[in-house]
Design a binder for this molecule. Structure first.
Ligand SMILES: O=C(O)CCC(=O)C(=O)O
Ligand SMILES: [Fe+2]
Length: 414
């Protein structure tokens, strides 16, 4: 723990400046490094982390939480049966909820813990009802032509009943097979028009690897991640839970999923936490356009039926559909007032209109609004320009990756 000392001193100084009772406990911890002190800090910082809005939690408390996780993971007795799993649990908690001060120590400890597993047998047995490959290839017999002009945009009959109703015929999105960067920039990026890019994911290792449950279990099965539970983030009863990827896979394969317990690993920086999965994806060249910077690369992984309600984001977005299919509805930002954004500041980028159960009495301007609707197929990339409203529903178990980037102009700096 020698190299931790300067960082602990830095943390102590930050907390001392903040004042409060934690300082004394941390001094004790720094001096003793014993388990009781680590537990004390864990509990104190956990309480602070949950004491108010996330962005108001002082960063020193997040760092204190990371440190406690790091120390506690080190305290797991070697004789413990699932010592690696328990260590990883603490380390992942530190990575997910903690600050950045001890991040590299946490990551190093993850590698060390995993290295020590080499000789141990494979993780957990599959749930009895789980199929090995839970993404069976679509059968032609189940498919209907979705659009006369575009036979590839098919819809699976069994899912038709679950799609959001439309009162007007929505328009199609434009589709391009492997457009050059120049074409993409001129026709879509520049004018701010969405497009489905096909054929651009052939070199993604993820395309074959992520269909295999055993692969995901092997790489990430015992890693803890934050999972959303419920219909969607605006619905009553929605919550977040920490669980391992193994547990998430069991739930995705379970026949008992309904809107109250549907899990969704949504908008999560999985590839920072698990760099091995990062090797399976390829950052699209498009994300360099505009000379700006990558804002975030997020995973979206869940069973059929996950919904992301109608909302807009401030960044350029390439949503890459790695496994499965998703139904997408898009509306231009020029229709924002007809989409009735929530008045509350925190929700102002979400529409009050529930696309699955639209209330035309309450939101009359929405009734005849024309958007785009289509199926995002496996291997497709959807470009969503900044501020375009989007609603997304998975039609099968699905794994997508979003790339958000900003251009080097004041309009998108946040
Ligand atoms: O795939 C989803 O469920 C939503 C994706 C999304 O909202 C985004 O990439 O910004
Ligand atoms: Fe979004």
């Amino acid at each position: 723990m020698g190299d931790l000392c300067p960082l602990i001193d830095e943390l102590l100084e930050a907390l001392r400046r903040q004042g409060g009772f934690a300082y004394a406990a941390l001094v004790k911890l720094a001096e003793s490094g014993d388990r009781n002190a680590a537990e004390e800090i864990y509990e104190m910082s956990w309480e602070q982390l949950h004491s108010g809005p996330w962005n108001e939690v002082h960063s020193a408390w997040r760092d204190a939480f990371s440190l406690a996780c790091l120390l506690l993971s080190n305290c797991i007795e070697r004789q413990t049966v699932d010592v690696v799993d328990q260590r990883l649990k603490y380390l992942d908690m530190g990575i997910i909820m903690g600050g950045l001060l001890f991040r590299s120590h946490l990551e190093f400890a993850v590698s060390a813990a995993q290295g020590s597993r080499q000789s141990q047998p494979e993780i957990r047995p599959l749930a009895s009802n789980a199929r090995r490959d839970f993404f069976p290839p679509p059968s032609e017999a189940d498919a209907v032509n979705w659009d006369e002009e575009d036979h590839r945009r098919r819809l699976y009959l069994e899912n038709l009943k679950d799609l959001p109703p439309s009162t007007v015929r929505q328009t199609r999105v434009r589709t391009r097979f492997l457009p050059s960067l120049e074409t993409f920039a001129r026709e879509f990026f520049g004018p701010g028009q969405p497009v489905v890019i096909t054929g651009a994911m052939a070199d993604w290792p993820a395309k074959s690897r992520w269909k295999d449950i055993q692969y995901l279990r092997r790489i990430a099965g015992n890693r803890t991640v934050p999972v959303e539970i419920g219909e969607h983030y605006l619905a009553a009863g929605w919550k977040q839970e920490l669980m391992t990827v193994g547990e998430l896979l069991n739930r995705i394969c379970s026949p008992d999923i309904d809107s109250t317990n549907r899990p969704y690993l949504a908008q999560y920086s999985l590839f920072e936490q698990i760099p091995e999965l990062n090797k399976d994806i390829v950052v699209p060249d498009h994300c360099g356009l505009g000379g700006g910077e990558m804002k975030s690369i997020n995973a979206w992984f869940g069973p059929a039926g996950t919904v992301t309600p109608l909302h807009q984001d401030p960044h350029h977005n390439i949503l890459a559909q790695v496994v499965g299919q998703k139904y997408v509805r898009l509306y231009s930002p020029s229709y924002s007032s007809q989409l009735y954004p929530f008045p509350e500041f925190m929700l102002r980028n979400s529409s009050q209109v529930d696309l699955d159960r639209p209330d035309f009495m309450k939101f009359p301007d929405f009734e005849n609004l024309r958007g785009m609707e289509f199926i995002l197929e496996e291997g497709d990339m959807l470009y969503i320009p900044p501020k375009w409203w989007h609603y997304v529903k998975a039609l099968s178990p699905s794994f997508s990756v979003s790339f958000w980037w900003a251009v080097a102009s004041p309009e998108c700096s946040d």
